[in-house]
Design a protein around this ligand. Structure first.
Ligand code: ADP
Ligand code: MG
Length: 324
């Protein structure tokens, strides 16, 4: 099981930013309205996340760190299956198998907070009472301390922190109802207040220039909705850094969506400008397959032609171009 965890960890936990992503998603799953993230040395030394979500009961605390999957790696077939299926329910186990992880939680209806600790394993070695407000904290120390090969792939702490920031921004664009605070080496780097409008958050995360030159998109067709903001004809930004697409609330780097968007702006942008957009596609879950690879932001649409058309028409209409 330990080998299995380290293999799983290699897939899910590529670098500090992937840890941050998994932990933030857990906090959001728990209904948190505030998430505080403290990073030290790009996350290689310390990643600490605190939320005010529903918490984990004392009984569940140890279990939360163990793999849910019943399969164990026995032969190469199992290995292949693990690689192709992704690792739902195994993020904490994967992270704790390559770090020193402390999980502290206090559900509202539990009088005391409890803490579990694991060091390079998916098993909590200690369970003890501690002090903590309602919610959950996860502290990840010395990431990859027991996997030197992985550690070698880490870049400078500045670069790793930039990846962390990117993860936080991607998530924060989709969750204007949640407050996010991020510090690096004790210095406050980002703060996004909760319950702001999408255009405010885009201005804060991307730039004022983006939103000043953007139009609102809101288009529906046969149960598919595309909404958000995209830049006007002739505007755009100097880099691709302002291109965000989400499918059912999850950030996806989808080629089909990117292609449809690019087609709309073809010849409509100033030279050396890239379209800027933050777009959310909402679609019935049975119309997509997101299990292609959970860590790689990929999705497969069952009716891809239709999705392409919806995106093309929605944007063409929004920016006031011709309609097909
Ligand atoms: P998954 O999120 O896929 O279930 P994880 O390994 O990420 O798997 O988390 C295991 C479980 O631990 C979650 O299902 C949840 O019950 C619990 N958990 C993890 N993080 C939190 C959190 N911040 N707040 C409440 N519960 C949490
Ligand atoms: Mg999770």
């Amino acid at each position: 099981p330990q080998l299995a965890n380290q293999i799983a960890a290699g897939e899910v936990v590529e670098r500090p930013a992937s840890v941050v992503k998994e932990l933030m998603e857990n906090s959001l799953d728990a209904g948190a309205t505030k998430i505080t993230i403290n990073i030290e040395q790009g996350g290689q030394k310390r990643i600490a996340i605190q939320d005010n979500g529903k918490g984990i009961s004392k009984q569940q605390l140890g279990l939360a760190l163990s793999r849910h999957a019943t399969s164990k790696i026995r032969d190469i077939d199992d290995l292949e299956r693990i690689t192709s299926m992704g690792f739902r329910g195994e993020a904490l186990a994967s992270i704790s198998s390559v770090s020193r992880l402390t999980l502290i939680s206090k559900p509202v209806n539990q009088s005391a907070a409890w803490q579990a600790f694991a060091e390079g394993t998916d098993m909590a070695v200690e369970l003890k009472p501690t002090a903590h407000p309602d919610g959950t904290s996860v502290e990840v120390l010395d990431l990859f301390f027991n996997t030197p090969a992985r550690r070698k792939f880490m870049r400078t702490s500045k670069t790793e922190f930039q990846h962390v920031e990117q993860v936080v921004k991607r998530i924060a664009l989709a969750r204007t109802d949640v407050e996010f605070v991020v510090s690096h080496n004790q210095k406050k780097m980002l703060r996004f207040a909760n319950n702001v409008t999408l255009d405010k958050r885009i201005a804060q995360i991307c730039s004022n220039q983006f939103i000043e030159n953007a139009v609102r998109v809101d288009y529906q067709f046969e149960g598919i909705r595309l909404h958000g903001y995209c830049c006007k004809i002739g505007t755009g930004m100097p880099t691709r850094d302002y291109q965000y697409t989400y499918v059912n609330g999850r950030m996806m780097k989808d080629r089909l969506l990117a292609h449809a968007i690019r087609q709309v702006y073809e010849e409509a942008l100033a030279p050396q400008k890239f379209p800027a957009y933050v777009l959310f596609l909402d679609i019935a879950p049975e119309q997509i397959d997101v299990n292609v690879h959970p860590a790689k932001h990929e999705v497969r649409f069952h009716e891809s032609r239709k999705i392409h058309d919806v995106v093309f028409k929605a944007l063409t209409e929004a920016i006031g171009g011709y309609s097909a």
